[in-house]
Design a protein around this ligand. Structure first.
Ligand code: SF4
Ligand code: SF4
Length: 355
């Protein structure tokens, strides 16, 4: 049930008059200080997955700088220019734990994106995002790794840093139920990502309108079936399975799509390669992804979150946005506990009339 008359114009103060909305707003706004950049830590990976965007474009050819002192200096200069949050990614950061350790010592807030096959020492107290691309048969087919989920759970069960990230492709939608059940049984946290095609990719994993609709349905089903395990919200499902990608819906604010150098991500965000260089023209959290097909969870965390004012239109839309931000913080920030979602039905993104 929508709790707002469609023709009413709401002031922000009227929306905040609801004590639950105000409490959630006060909870999430404490984290608005976070300013992210991302860093490729290694140009190697211990597996090779179909559709991996790291091995598109020229970033894969950057040499590795393996000097911890150089990384320490980089982190200090990043802090000096206002960066407060780091995402350590591409290709496989667990292969260079000594560099991740240096980053953590200098920059205590962050996340590591990993395939989870090699354990990252507990002294690196970042969130650890473990990629899951289907059940183990599918992982073997697409990622050429055996017993992947079992090995990932073996490494990270009971680890408060760990969030398993299930990436929906066109072909693994039904398998999410089986994977969610296994993760829930093992007390693991789970969130959802959408396969977003690299530039030029036209393979079998790319989504269609039908697969987007099916994915939205299973995301919301699993959210209801496994509320203690699944970190997600109805609006997260809407934003990431809409027929339009994130850029068309919300205007991506990463430098690659945003010429503004004055404010926000356009000003501060950098995507460093393994040789510690960066290039504004290609900087975003998922470089070499096709922007028209971008529904990636990392992109949404910045792009949807940045659109506060568009969502302060009525109580339901604002509650949906708060659920999205609450989810994003629970997934990306150590120690942040997700609250109950405030809006448990599907609300359209501002300005849209279809899902
Ligand atoms: S594990 Fe990640 S970095 Fe490695 S090949 Fe697969 S998608 Fe690429
Ligand atoms: S791939 Fe996504 S996050 Fe990157 S610039 Fe394009 S729309 Fe933005």
């Amino acid at each position: 049930m929508n709790d707002c008359p469609s023709n009413q114009e709401w002031k922000f103060s009227e929306i905040l008059a609801d004590p639950k909305i105000r409490a959630r707003w006060e909870k999430v706004r404490k984290y608005f200080f976070m300013r992210e950049s991302t860093y490729d830590m290694a140009n190697r990976c211990n597996i090779r997955c179909e559709g991996c965007y790291y091995y598109e474009g020229d970033k894969q050819f950057a040499e590795e700088n393996r000097d911890p002192a150089a990384w320490r200096e980089l982190m200090r200069s990043e802090k000096a220019r206002g960066i407060t949050y780091v995402v350590l990614a591409g290709a496989e950061p667990s292969l260079v734990p000594e560099l991740c350790e240096v980053c953590f010592q200098e920059m205590p807030l962050g996340t590591i994106a990993t395939n989870g096959l090699k354990f990252i020492p507990e002294s690196i107290n970042y969130k650890i995002h473990i990629s899951v691309w289907g059940n183990d048969a599918t992982s073997f087919e697409i990622r050429k790794a055996r017993n992947m989920l079992l090995r990932q759970i073996g490494n990270y069960q009971g680890d408060p840093r760990a969030v398993f990230v299930y990436t929906f492709t066109r072909n693994n939608i039904d398998q999410a139920r089986q994977v969610a059940g296994i993760l829930a049984e093992n007390g693991c946290k789970l969130t959802f990502n959408m396969f977003s095609a690299p530039v030029g990719y036209d393979g079998q994993l790319r989504h269609t309108v039908s697969s987007l609709n099916q994915t939205r349905k299973i995301m919301t089903d699993l959210l209801e079936e496994y509320p203690a395990s699944v970190l997600f919200s109805h609006y997260s499902a809407v934003a990431h399975t809409h027929q339009s990608g994130l850029h068309d819906l919300y205007s991506c604010s990463y430098p690659r799509m945003n010429p503004s150098t004055d404010i926000g991500l356009g000003r501060s965000f950098r995507q460093y390669r393994t040789d510690l260089t960066w290039n504004r023209a290609v900087s975003c959290c998922v470089p070499d992804t096709d922007c028209a097909d971008c529904r990636h969870y990392a992109s949404g965390s910045a792009v949807v979150t940045a659109r506060l004012f568009r969502h302060a239109a009525d109580p339901d839309t604002f509650k949906s946005w708060l659920d999205y931000v609450d989810t994003y913080l629970a997934v990306w920030v150590m120690g942040y506990e997700k609250g109950d979602n405030l809006c448990n039905h599907l609300v359209l993104p501002p300005g849209q009339d279809v899902f």
